[in-house]
Structures are given as structure tokens and as C-alpha cells.
Design a protein around this ligand. Sequence first.
Ligand code: PLP
Length: 468
Amino acid sequence: MADNSTDYISTRGNADALDFKGVTLTGLASDGGLYVPRNWPRFTQEQIESMRGLDYVDLAARVMAPFTSGILTEDELKDLCKAAYGSFAHAAVTPLKQLDSQHFLLELFHGPTLAFKDVALQLLGQLFERFLSGTDKKITIVGATSGDTGSAAIDAVAGRDQIEIFMIHPHERVSDVQRRQMTTILAPNVHNIAIQGSFDDAQAMVKRMFSDREVNGPLTLSAVNSINWARLMAQVVYYFYAALRLGAPQRAVAFSVPTGNFGDVFAGYVAAQMGLPIERLIVATNVNDILHRALSKGDYSMLGVTPTAAPSMDIQVSSNFERLLFDLEGRDGSTTAARMKWFEQMGKMVLSADMRKKASLMKSARADADEMALAMRWAHEACNEIIDPHTAIALHAARAAGVPADVPVVTLATAHPAKFRDAVERATGVRPSMPQRLGNMFEREERFDILPGDYDAVRDYVLARAVR
Ligand SMILES: *Cc1c(COP(=O)(O)O)cnc(C)c1O
């Protein structure tokens, strides 16, 4: 590791520290933990002020540079960001839209697959390419998706020679658009697996493959789920982008984030650690509300998954919550390791009042199906905006949060409404039209295999097909 490079440590305290290149290619730490920077970098108020006029690509390079030092310079990052964000359909990359005098939408869905996952995964594709080129290394990506990560990751790596991707989704629990965005990509390095099980089953299989030496050893596994640090890093940028346009650093801004795996909202927490004034982060969940119960009552316990119209939030365990726990307990890996081991055995844990106090930047809220539909109707009728079900959950939470009137509230719009057009039509009577850039997806051939929700079946499938 270069001396001046930012180093990354595992939340479970028992894996080698890695540099930025190492964490990007590795994903999960060998002790089962997640990588985080050893220290949070911090910008001064003057440094944040000087970011004001920057466009998205220049800002992205500035904000991410402290995380890549020793490995990539700000100029090198800029080139990668130019390539990553050139494919976005809006000149602002993540434009802000005003709804009323207090509420704004941050539209994160102008990438190639219509969800915010593209913001991080288009960059991750560029990073993989950069770190592999000129070597004879090959990586095998295994990922689990509740719908949006899969298509965004496949788009980012399809056709690249040194990368093979296996993407596992829960059979018949993703929307038709989401499935076709993955299964109509016929590049030989893309393998789609539908398992008879839930997203959590898929996520557990992926985690297990990382620690299975019969797989991760013969193959070099890499992660595209938000366990990969580089994804969270890329997502920190748009918090800065929005807040700067609304008056930061002189004025604090609140954000409301539709939350599933806790990656997106954790990126907001990182932005706050870096000095961005954030008034609060609203963690919005649907009826799968483990995070709401944890943050409001200290009860982090698994209750099973109820399928909803916002499938990317239908999660019972949020992997990135471990990164927050690590901070709340004073960044002591052995404490976090013991806590996670307990949780893995018991399916529940309690957050102390002290930990909840330390997490007080985060307020949580839960929206059921009616509240979600009402928020979609309010956006349509009062603001002439069609929004998707995930965004609607966060907008409901934003409007119910009682944020002081002088604080702007930014709701993260995480998916294009066309991606969930049946649910949008049910709530608003409007069927969103498909953006041109998706092409003739409904006429194209699909390729995927259906496997039982069984670890051995999936592992054998991967081992039989991965090119070494
Ligand atoms: C992935 C996703 C979410 C949840 O984001 P996390 O980082 O997993 O919390 C919310 N909305 C949409 C549309 C998504 O694709």
C-alpha cells in the first residue's frame, strides 16, 4: 500500500487494511465485515464554499478525491467521471426540481437503467476497467438484486472481457421492466439467475459465497452491491450537489431517502461527517420497517418480508446498517463483530438509548400502501409531477416530518416512474411512457435460469459457468 493512500478497515476489525483499489475490487472483508475509511475526511467551510460553481463531474472528483488518495488523483477521477456520467440523459446529471416552497426532488434516475443505482455503478464499471487493464486478472462479480442493482450493474459491465457477472434476483418479485432490463442483455459475460426465494435469501447467498473458499479462491469475487465502498463514495456526491445549490454551507438542508439496504442514506451520513451541514436525514421505509423500528425504538429484529409496490425497499436486513453501528459504538471492530454474530444467530438486536442518541441526525418514518399512493397523487395533482413508488414513500415521510419552514427538504427520487408503471397508474391514473433510451426491450429475447432457493445449487451454477 502506498504511504500516502487512504486506508480502509473492516467493521469487524479482523481483516487486513486495504487501499482504495483493494476495497473496490474486493467488496466484502474476509472477516465478514464491511470496509470503511479508517478516518472520515473533512472539508472546511471555505473548501465547501469553493465547490459552489462546480458542475457535477468536477464536483464528483473534488468530493471523492480524499477517498482515493495515493491511488487516483482528482484529475484521473475527473476522467473516469466524465466517462461514467456522459451516458446520463440530463445535462445536470442529478437535477433538482422544486415541488412547493419547501420541498424539492433530487432526480437520480437519468442514467441508462432509470434508477439511482446507475450513479454509482456507471462509475464502478469505469473503476473496475481501470484497475484491471494492463493486468491479466479476471474478476467474477456475484450480486443479489431486488431489481435495480442488477440492471445497473449489468449495464455497467456487459461486454467487458476481464469481468464476468452473475446476478441473482428473486423469481417473480421484480417488475417486468426490471427483469427485462437484466435478462435481455445477451453479452456472454452476463449470467442472470432467478431464485425461488426472496431478496434476503439472494443476499445471504452472495455473502456466503464470499467466505466460501471453494468459490472465492479459485475465482476472484467482486461485489457490486452496496457492501462495495466505492458505491457509497459515489453517492456522497449528490448530497453535496443538491445542498450547494440550496445554500450550503451557510444553510443546512434536510434529505428524505427511500431506504432498503441503507446504502443511499448512509452516503448522506458520510456527507455530514465530511462537513456538509445536513439538518436531518429522514430514513423512509415501507411496511418492511426494520430500520424505522431500530431508529425509533431500538428494536432491530427480522420479521420476514412483505412484497410491496416498492420492491427495492422490500428488505428485512440492511447490510449497510453495520457501517453505522460501527460508528455508533466508537469504531471498535471487535464490538461490532460480537454484535453482528449475535444478530446472525438470534435475528434481533437492541440499540441502546446512547447509540440512538448518537444517531440523532437520522429520523425515521414508515409509509404504508395508502400513504404511498396519497403521496403519488399529491405530487401529481398539486405539483404536476409523476413520481415512482419509492420516491413517494420518501416524499410522504418528508412532508410528515415537521421540518422547520426555513429548511429546504430534498426528497431523493430514486427511480423513473416508468420503471414501476403499473403501480403509478393504479395510484394516479396516468401510465408513464417509457423513455426512448430503453429501446425495444419488450420485443427482445430474454435469457435467465430459474434455480431453487438453495445455496449449493447457486454455487454449483456459478462454479460450472465462470471462466477462470
Ligand atoms: C436500491 C433502491 C432503493 C434503496 O436504496 P438503498 O441504498 O438500498 O437503501 C430505493 N429506491 C430505489 C428505486 C432503489 O433502486
